[in-house]
Ligand binder design. Structure first.
Ligand SMILES: *[C@@H]1O[C@H](CO)[C@@H](O)[C@H](O)[C@H]1NC(C)=O
Ligand SMILES: *[C@@H]1O[C@H](CO)[C@@H](O)[C@H](O)[C@H]1NC(C)=O
Ligand SMILES: *[C@@H]1O[C@H](CO)[C@@H](O)[C@H](O)[C@H]1NC(C)=O
Ligand SMILES: *[C@@H]1O[C@H](CO)[C@@H](O)[C@H](O)[C@H]1NC(C)=O
Ligand SMILES: *[C@@H]1O[C@H](CO)[C@@H](O)[C@H](O)[C@H]1NC(C)=O
Ligand SMILES: *[C@@H]1O[C@H](CO)[C@@H](O)[C@H](O)[C@H]1NC(C)=O
Ligand SMILES: *[C@@H]1O[C@H](CO)[C@@H](O)[C@H](O)[C@H]1NC(C)=O
Ligand SMILES: *[C@@H]1O[C@H](CO)[C@@H](O)[C@H](O)[C@H]1NC(C)=O
Ligand SMILES: CC(=O)N[C@H]1CO[C@H](CO)[C@@H](O)[C@@H]1O
Length: 323
């Protein structure tokens, strides 16, 4: 069953991609991520939560676990390993080869250290990070043909300075293929301005591997449920349309977002996807309202020709017969 589904989805994706001329985020990507499949899941739940409920919504195509460990559940999401920092460098070294060799679908990218400028996170100086990077990340690029995401800085003022210093210290002896970053705040326009600022500063494409409508500075200034919905809509719309944002992962796909405003959770307390999760995934409920029609391949009807729609409809019918 899964195999048949996979074949149909592959065929649909191929046809839709050709028809719509969808541009992959990067020509180096082995697995094309289009405008409408940039979404990912930061997944701290291992196998205690069903990941498949996020699978056929349209936009979500990848996940990461802040570690080198993929989950055991069979999923068609691409896994993206992460070298979190000094506390996990040993397990990363032990596991990364087999993770990269055994993954289905293939892994196309690896992420660097988590919030190195934060004492409570990976807490690293630029020099320490460059050394760890050269020893553990740089060799993966030629060996496994993966792209390397920069150490992932937070949106505190020290973040941009730290990553600038890291890139300088790397000079020609190491390099990143894209910048990864986190952002927390309540103003969608400020988020968008922040992304542009990083893009101009470093001239690299961007992955946003955590973001949410949450104020860490003024703790009383938190988003209402409606404000979270609007904030997600506006920021995600920007990134889906952006030429320089390759991928993003909302915070968070978890039952309990702990110190982050709980309205940002894309599942309920029992691990069941909620309405924000459906929104994030580009759920097809909006089909009924005639706004944007999300297909399971992650493309949008607005992008494709009537011929494609007819072909697609044909495949849907066939799929229904087989599944
Ligand atoms: C992973 O592969 C690299 C390169 O082939 C090798 O140097 C390293 O020893 C391997 N690590 C393990 C744990 O096998
Ligand atoms: C996945 O990787 C394997 C081994 O490198 C390669 O043979 C295969 O063609 C890749 N598949 C895709 C879809 O890129
Ligand atoms: C962060 O690193 C510094 C320097 O190595 C160390 O003194 C400090 O205790 C670390 N902070 C935490 C929270 O681990
Ligand atoms: C990189 O290194 C080269 C030679 O070592 C040096 O000339 C250049 O100024 C360095 N660039 C930066 C940005 O530090
Ligand atoms: C930005 O990067 C592109 C290639 O990724 C390069 O062609 C271009 O010259 C760079 N621009 C600047 C201002 O460095
Ligand atoms: C945002 O809302 C508008 C209007 O309902 C809708 O057309 C659009 O698809 C939404 N964007 C996202 C990313 O959900
Ligand atoms: C998709 O991305 C391209 C650039 O990569 C952009 O020109 C286009 O407007 C985007 N389309 C949609 C529907 O967001
Ligand atoms: C999409 O991006 C293009 C250029 O990058 C811009 O002109 C357009 O206004 C954007 N559309 C939306 C809905 O953000
Ligand atoms: C985005 C939106 O307006 N969705 C609505 C589409 O219509 C259904 C009912 O048919 C509503 O439940 C959705 O909220």
């Amino acid at each position: 069953m899964d195999f048949i589904r996979f074949v149909f989805v592959s065929i649909m994706i191929t046809i839709l991609s050709v028809e719509s001329g969808a541009i992959p985020a990067s020509s180096m990507n082995k697995r094309a991520v289009t405008n409408s499949s940039k979404a990912g899941l930061g997944w701290p739940n291992a196998d205690s939560v069903d990941i498949k409920q996020y699978q056929n919504l349209g936009k979500i195509s990848w996940y990461y676990t802040w570690s080198v460990w993929p989950i055991q559940q069979k999923t068609n999401f691409e896994f993206v390993p992460m070298l979190w920092g000094p506390k996990t460098v040993k397990e990363f070294q032990e596991k990364i080869n087999t993770t990269l060799q055994n993954a289905t679908p293939n892994i196309t990218a690896v992420l660097g250290m988590n919030e190195p400028e934060q004492p409570g996170q990976s807490n690293m100086t630029v020099t320490e990070a460059v050394d760890m990077w050269k020893a553990n990340m740089e060799p993966l690029r030629p060996q496994y043909n993966v792209r390397l995401g920069s150490p992932v800085v937070s949106s505190g003022p020290a973040g941009k300075i730290w990553i600038g210093d890291f890139l300088k210290a790397c000079n020609t002896s190491c390099s990143v293929d894209f910048i990864a970053l986190h952002w927390y705040g309540t103003d969608a326009n400020a988020f968008i301005a922040y992304l542009w600022d990083f893009y101009y500063a470093f001239n690299k494409t961007i992955w946003v591997t955590e973001w949410a409508c949450h104020d860490f500075v003024n703790l009383k200034n938190q988003c209402s449920e409606t404000q979270v919905i609007d904030f997600l809509n506006k920021t995600q719309s920007f990134m889906d349309n952006s030429t320089f944002v390759e991928r993003y992962a909302w915070y968070g796909a978890m039952e309990d977002t702990t110190d982050v405003n709980g309205y940002n959770a894309i599942m309920d307390k029992k691990g069941k996807i909620n309405s924000l999760g459906l929104q994030y995934g580009g759920d097809a409920t909006s089909i009924k309202n005639g706004t944007s029609v999300s297909l399971s391949s992650g493309l949008t009807i607005g992008d494709v020709s009537p011929l494609t729609v007819m072909l697609f409809t044909g495949f849907i019918s066939l799929s229904l017969v087989f599944l």
